[in-house]
Each structure stands twice: as C-alpha cells, then as structure tokens.
Design a protein around this ligand. Sequence first.
Ligand code: GLN
Length: 308
Amino acid sequence: LKRRLDTVLRDIEAELRESTERGEVANYIPPLASIDPAKFGIAVVLPDDTTLLAGDADEKFSVQSISKVFALTLVLGNRGDSIWQRVGREPSGDPFNSSVLLELEKGIPRNPFINAGAIVVADILLGAYQPRETIGEFLRFMRFVTADDDIYIDHHVAQAENDSGFNNAALANLLKANGNLDGAPAHVLGVYHHYCALAMSCRQLARSGLFLTSSGRNPITDTRIVAAQRVRRINALMMTCGHYDGSGDFAFRVGIPAKSGVGGGILAIVPGIASIAVWSPGLNRHGNSLLGTQALEMLCQQMNWSVF
Ligand code: GLN
C-alpha cells in the first residue's frame, strides 16, 4: 500500500504541475491575494502514522474554512446536540458567503460550514468568554488534536479579514437582528476570523484529521477527541456541505467526506483508512481548490477509495 501510494502521489504531482488551468487565488482577503498559485502540496497519513508527502507538503498555508470542522467538533464537545437548535444540517445550494437563505429562514443558517453557520458556532464557542480566551482555547484544541505545538494563528490574515470582511459583518448583523447571536457582532467576527486564519501545512492538516478516520480517536497518541457517533455525523456534514454549492459535484467526482477553504486547502477523509490534505491556492467558481479537487479525484480513483 505504502509503495503504491507513494508512486500515485508522485504521478499526481507531476501531472498537475503541468496544468495551465489553475483557477484564481482568493483576492478578497488581501494577504491571500499574493500567494503563489503554482504551489502544490499533498499529504496522506494512515492510522499507523505512515505519512506520504509530495510537493510543498511542509509549507504552511491559511486553513480558512477547513477550521470550521474543528470548531464544530469543539462546540459539539462543549455543548452537545443543543447547538442544532441554532444551526441546521442541510446543504444550502448557495455560495459560502450568501445571506439569501438567512433572511428567508429567520436567522437559522442551513449548516455549520457556510459562513453564517460558522459565525453561529463561533458565537456559541465564545459564550461568556473574552474573544482572546476563545481563540486561545481553539488553538490549544488544534495543537491537541494534531499532537503538534508548531501550529499558530496568522494574526496578519485575521486582522486583514476583520478590516475588510464586510460581507461577514453583514451576516453577523443579520444573525443578531434575528436573535441568533448572543455576543457583540465585532467580538464574534474576531473569533471567527482568527480561527479561519489558522496556519498549517498539509502534513499537519492530514494529521489533524486522523480522528475523523478512526472513530474519534487519534490512533497515534491513543487519545479520544470525540465520540464515534459524532465523527460519523461530522463526516456526513463534510460530505453533504463541505464544498458549499459544489458539494454534489465533489461527491460525484471524489466520493469521500471533505472540507475546503479559500486558502486552497482541502481536508479529505477515507474512513478507517486515511486522512488526506491537499493544497493548491487557485480556486474554482465555488471557492474550492481547482487542482486540489482534481488531485483528490485522481487519488481516490487510483486507490479505489470511496464511501459509496
Ligand atoms: N474566512 C473566510 C470567509 O469568511 C472563509 C471562507 C472559506 O474558506 N470558504 O470568507
């Protein structure tokens, strides 16, 4: 398996490095606009700690919306299923930053992976704490899940989004107006933008997803992160909502649960078998990594991996 995976990853990298069609980097977050679109990295980690890498797999990038998976995991641990009174579990069929359904559906976001839903999750995490404490708790959780202290939040990216994130501010205000935000919009947005600004490499991100492949335990450190049933549900949400209005196409082409971010990363889970992270900054029209999706499609096809 390992030798075969190694060859497959190398072939995928070689083929995709030749691509002329790479998509557009996210330019609405100023520091992300200057990332080199030619970057490409991929990491596969198996539950026995075998790690296979190709390309720029040790270079840190902005995790962005992939953080929403971990924020959801943390909030489920803290608050349990009561969170489902404030956020739904249906794919929205709309772009990640859309406010359309929020107005129609009285401030209950369709799912925790669109921005509106993730802002509600940030609000629940914040609770009665100060933003600084909540951000610290989130970072500690990421270091614990990954068993790696070399993970940080890029404050420059967070600040840039705080300064220019008018769309997210509109979402937070709509939530507040509809009675689905306890904190002050500025505080909640601060928490949300900081957890999006998490910086990790493909190797670290793939390690952080191991508990999703292994029924809620990190098999390397032998620690429980979350209950097995919760992991199945988190994976179900990744499958149905992880790529926003591109989730159906992703399921059709790749066939495993995954979550994208506008930094160009994707975390993908083959339950029981592997945790995969891929990074290519150019995005398709849904804001998901163009070559990252292609890489996962090739990998899953060649390894015969699918949840279907
Ligand atoms: N921080 C980004 C935003 O709120 C996250 C979006 C994403 O990665 N899809 O717009």
